[in-house]
Design a protein around this ligand. Sequence first.
Ligand code: ADP
Length: 499
Amino acid sequence: MNVMTPISDERLSAAAKAFLERPKQLFIGGRFVDAAEGKRFATEDPATGATITEVAEAGAADVDAAVQAARRAFEDTWRDMAPAGRAGPMFKLADLVGQHLEELAELEALDTGKPVAMARALDIPFAAEIYRYYAGWATKLEGRSYNLALQGDPYHCYTARQPLGVAAGIIPWNYPFAQASFKIAPALAAGCTVLLKPAEQTPLTALRLAELVAEAGFPDGVVNVLTGFGETAGAAISAHDGVDKVSFTGSTEVGKIIARAATGNLKRVTLELGGKSPNIIFADADLDQAIPAAAMAIFGNTGQVCNAGSRLYVEKPVFDKVMAGIEEVARSLKVGPGLDPDTEIGPLMSRDQLERVTSYVTKGREDGAEVAVGGSAIGETGYFMQPTVLTGTRPDMAVHREEIFGPVLCAMSFDDSDDIPAVANDTRFGLAASIWTRDLSRAHRLARSINAGAIWINCFGVFDPNLPFGGMRESGWGREMAREGVEGFTEEKAVTIRL
Ligand code: ADP
């Protein structure tokens, strides 16, 4: 088979270049193998549209082989290993990720277009912390003891947790390396074995991760990585009877497809889906903090963030000031290729994504919104887009209701007559909300009444391994991170003993 020569970029380190030179195969049962049908597909640099390299394309037969490898690894080793034995390679993996931080950040920036500085400061170190954090959980899972309500002695009752079995992670392209850790780490800590399917747009760091997994000393088959497409590999995983759980992050539309596919064997499903999250700034807020945060809540990662603060509501007396501040940020942000060290905002992921986002702006204009700043694609090469602010949007407009997944903010003002919880909750989503005020009672009241899995008060986008994250309504099912994350890969049984 002809293997194409990968892209060569002088901004890449020798380690990243060496990785790109190696074959990109599937990782099944501890071995790197070509896809059964020999297929490959290209991954593209969103800053130029050029092909970076080709990777193996998994089909149903590869999914089946990976499920079998994961099942064997589960039954033969991982399930019954002492918890500290499971933690060992997980800690090692966390260390390896840290040691290869620069290379991983470069590969992530190249494949996703995101600023390398961000990948270096956030995506990769955060993933390392997730592996470390959940390595700690491997030794801390526990049950509880219960007293029966209707029986006195002589019963002793307790619950015990056991791993679900073979777990699959299907992840999107916006934070590939971090998303992989959100799926793999809690599953391994719980005693499950794993199949990871990265998004077809961003397979590279998942494959580098597979190499680090091999180096960390996991038994063969405990972690398997399948690069491939959603409609084929992803669909085969979610319909496979040998998979006990799918943990999915991506669009609400695909989340529903996966939920339906999972009904065959009623596999467990966790869904972390889209959002249209409100960001509410009151006149008494610390605007020096609120303004840059509100701007980056929608422009950060080029708006390709499930919890992006895409609906901004500003109390009337400070609306003009906040808008002026956000527009200034929008104009000053340095948009460029992810590998440029001073880039603050990278391109959108793909031509499709650029077309999707710009057509939302066009639709918004047709519906009567005004473009206060930005609104267009930048240049002919790559998928760059100006940070954009729309004003005059109304709740009935598509730009206001639907997840755009791009750097497009809908900004509105409000006053005392508006019922802010009702305004914030006027959405089918419920992922996150941000509230900026110095009034403590108001902050707590809103935290209670807004339907969102994450409420950030006087801050935005604070993620922590020890804080559960997930959505209400059509933003998803279940929670990731924290205790909830690892318990989501277990089944609880109640044991009742008559003494
Ligand atoms: P986005 O909108 O962020 O591109 P998607 O929801 O389309 O996200 O994709 C997220 C992940 O879901 C990717 O790994 C993709 O390959 C996968 N996927 C897409 N379609 C399906 C499907 N029908 N079944 C299973 N997985 C899918």
